[in-house]
Design a protein around this ligand. Structure first.
Ligand code: KIV
Length: 271
């Protein structure tokens, strides 16, 4: 008899069931083994290896510079720390737009080399061909509409998207198209709550929001933001659950003081 308790893995099917049963989906980003392990053990449903790694791990201003190889490195580290959550990985900028063959190759590398469970792509009708091709390989695809940071130079700003009717209508059409194409879920970023609720009602697949209000099927945040590792980023939608920047800084200050004052190590902290 095995002494290990069976852990029931979250699958795309589980998320679909959650939507049907009205159970909200929890999702956070992770980029490394240790954090993924903590987040997974806390019972998160979905871990996103977001291309926000470009910002919070590498210090770039945008998500554009991160490469496929770097995403695979982050994703494989995360996968090693996860036992229960569904691990979704962002296809980075430049590896799927306008080239469905490259999209398929990139998605296959993420699944094969990182051991991920699904990929996420930003955009609607413009990337339909890429999504269709990835799906032919049996790779689950999560969509991402609204504020899509890979298009920041087109938008020119990180403010709320789809406040105007034309953009709102296009977003609803895109969400329906993503569902028809075969996406298993959609992320909606920084759009009016009412619009996000409408989308969640119009499609059968789960809709997960970030800055999209409470009327959707689940919520996602960047872990560095909700844990307070990033200090300056303070959008209205963000709830901070910890102030890690200050906590870590004060622990390090204490360590520096202890080393300088010869308080560390003491007689018991040596051989
Ligand atoms: O890259 C990322 O972290 C994301 C989330 C903001 C949804 O795409």
């Amino acid at each position: 008899m095995s002494v290990h308790k069976e852990i029931k893995r979250i699958t795309t099917r589980t998320l679909q069931d959650f939507k049907q049963e009205g159970v909200k989906i929890s999702m956070l980003t992770a980029y490394d083994f240790s954090m993924a392990k903590i987040i997974d053990s806390a019972g998160i449903d979905v871990i996103l290896v977001g291309d926000s790694a470009s910002n919070v791990m590498a210090g770039h201003e945008t998500t554009l510079p991160i490469t496929l190889e770097q995403m695979i490195y982050h994703a494989s580290s995360v996968v090693r720390g996860v036992q229960r959550a569904l691990v979704v990985v962002d296809l980075p900028f430049g590896y799927y737009q306008g080239n469905s063959r490259l999209a398929l190759e990139s998605a296959i590398r993420i699944m094969k080399e990182a051991g991920a469970h699904a990929v996420k792509l930003e955009g609607g009708s413009e990337i339909r061909e890429s999504i269709e091709r990835i799906l032919t390989a049996g790779i689950p695809v999560m969509g991402h509409l609204g504020l899509t940071p890979q298009s920041i130079y087109k938008f020119g700003t990180y403010t709320v998207r789809a406040k105007e009717d034309t953009e709102a209508r296009k977003l609803i059409e895109d969400a329906i198209l993503l569902e028809k194409t075969g996406c298993f879920a959609i992320v909606l970023e920084k759009i009016p709550a009412q619009l996000a609720t409408t989308v969640a009602q119009k499609v059968q697949i789960p809709v997960i929001g970030i800055g999209a209000g409470g009327g959707v099927d689940g919520q996602v945040l960047v872990s560095h933001d909700m844990l307070g590792i990033t200090k300056e980023f303070q959008p209205r939608f963000l709830r901070r659950y910890l102030n890690m920047y200050d906590e870590v800084q004060s622990a390090v200050k204490q360590y520096v003081d202890d080393v300088k004052s010869r308080n560390f190590p003491n007689s018991e902290e040596q051989y």
